[in-house]
Design a protein around this ligand. Structure first.
Ligand code: SAM
Length: 411
């Protein structure tokens, strides 16, 4: 093929992106590296997107809903690299992708090689039309693009060695589990009490067990599997409490609680902030407690002076009907921060003190480990027992279990 000047810029940008993903550890294997070096990402974005943006580290939003929220995107390259690495796609593999766009399917096609069979399904006809065109022009006409609801998987083409779901799910439908090879792998973002993790799930007898989990954000599932969190607006959309289970709160009382003085309590637990510092384990630990729980999303500008949660998108929050206490942090030195709790409402004292106790136990027993086991049990199958603490998230088709093993060593 003749190389023109127009090819050189994308090729250089692609090499730089690949090098960044390798240096940050997102790309681990030569096969995934080669796939990133080959697939022309800029051919899978709308013409209005600049070359620099196509090869940046961020997502490229490709479709927005009437409310301005992203409905479809080309996912962030680091997350795509992570997911295809986790899927361990071999030459000749049969792979199903739920949630299309084209680029990720092209990466999968590179990994599966000419003998591979790739199906990518999207519920949105605009997305599948664009994906078909992008895949054709980039040289992947053999990828099968299907317009449909991923809830049903795609029976023609099953069983799959790997199923990669690139849209946030609250549950795993039976078709997905049935269409997986007995030694196959599902890589997908699964939401548990408002906390989403990209899980690598493998069959273990009658259930699936996660062999890896990573914090992430994705657009929510549409169609038959649509299951959004409930959003309680406490100061319009500047303070939103998300509930992901049957927890009942008195929304008016909670909103009024924010007018009362705030209880600030500080823990002995500190954290040193550096690149890669993660709150994943702590968030899931707090979400796993057998008590009313939600997550807070706030607009920092509009709530300055009132609220200061540790995380403005997904802040763990303990609840009673009319009170709340969320996780917070304050700076105490160079890169050093102290965890605490801010509480509002009549139960603020109890909730903040409980949050401090939970922080202390996490610090003593679960930081840095042991990590929780996450398993997914189709409805009607048995659930594990005998472990230390377990969160059960009952969904329509499955129950998700997050089990914290008893801490090692003397306590
Ligand atoms: C983050 S985008 C997919 C990114 C894509 N895999 C890529 O190449 O980067 C998520 C997609 O999931 C699709 N989606 C949402 N619900 C779906 C469903 N039930 N079945 C299939 N696709 C769905 C959306 O239309 C959207 O295009």
């Amino acid at each position: 093929m003749m190389v023109t000047a127009d090819d050189i810029a994308p090729r250089a940008l692609r090499a730089e992106l690949t090098a960044r993903l390798v240096s940050k550890g997102w790309i681990r294997t030569p096969a995934v590296r080669a796939a990133f070096e080959r697939v022309p990402r800029h051919l899978f974005v709308p013409a209005t997107v600049t070359l620099a943006d196509a090869y940046a580290d961020e997502i490229v939003a490709t479709k927005r809903g009437p409310d301005g929220k992203t409905m479809s995107s080309v996912s962030a390259p680091w997350l795509q690299a992570y997911m295809v690495e986790q899927a361990e796609i071999q030459p000749g593999a049969r792979v199903l992708e739920i949630g299309s766009g084209g680029y990720n399917a092209a990466l999968i096609a590179e990994l599966a090689g000419p003998q591979g069979q790739i199906v990518t399904v999207d519920i949105d006809a605009d997305v599948t039309t664009a994906a078909r065109a992008y895949l054709d022009r980039a040289g992947y006409p053999h990828v099968h693009v299907v317009h449909g609801d991923g809830e049903h998987g795609h029976q023609t083409g099953a069983p799959y060695d790997a199923i990669i779901i690139t849209v946030e799910a609250a549950d795993i439908p039976p078709a997905i589990i049935e269409q997986l090879e007995t030694d196959g792998v599902i890589v997908m973002p699964l939401r548990m009490r408002g906390i989403t993790r990209t899980l690598t799930l493998r069959p273990r007898g009658d259930h699936l067990a996660a062999t890896a989990a990573l914090q992430c954000g994705f657009v929510p599932m549409q169609g038959a599997g649509r299951d959004l969190t409930r959003r309680i607006l406490l100061r319009g959309d500047a303070v939103v409490l998300r509930l992901d289970d049957a927890t009942e709160v008195d929304a008016a009382a909670l909103a009024a609680a924010l007018d009362r003085p705030r209880a600030d309590v500080w823990s002995p637990v500190t954290i040193t902030m550096q690149e890669g510092t993660s709150f994943e384990g702590l968030h899931l630990w707090l979400a796993s407690q057998p008590r009313p729980f939600g997550t807070l999303i706030i607009d920092r500008e509009r709530t300055a002076g009132l609220l200061d949660p540790q995380d403005k998108f997904t802040c763990p929050t303990l609840l009673s009907t009319d009170s709340l206490a969320y996780l917070t942090m304050r700076k105490t030195g160079d890169n050093c921060w102290q965890f605490g709790a801010h509480g509002f409402g009549p139960d603020a004292g109890t909730l903040t003190s409980d949050l401090i106790d939970l922080l202390t136990v996490w610090d003593r027993d679960y930081r840095p480990g042991p990590a929780p086991h996450i398993t997914v049990h189709p409805t009607g199958t048995s659930l594990p027992d005998g472990d230390h603490l377990r969160l059960l998230v009952p969904r329509r088709h499955t129950t998700i279990a997050v089990t914290w093993p008893a801490p090692a060593g003397p306590r």
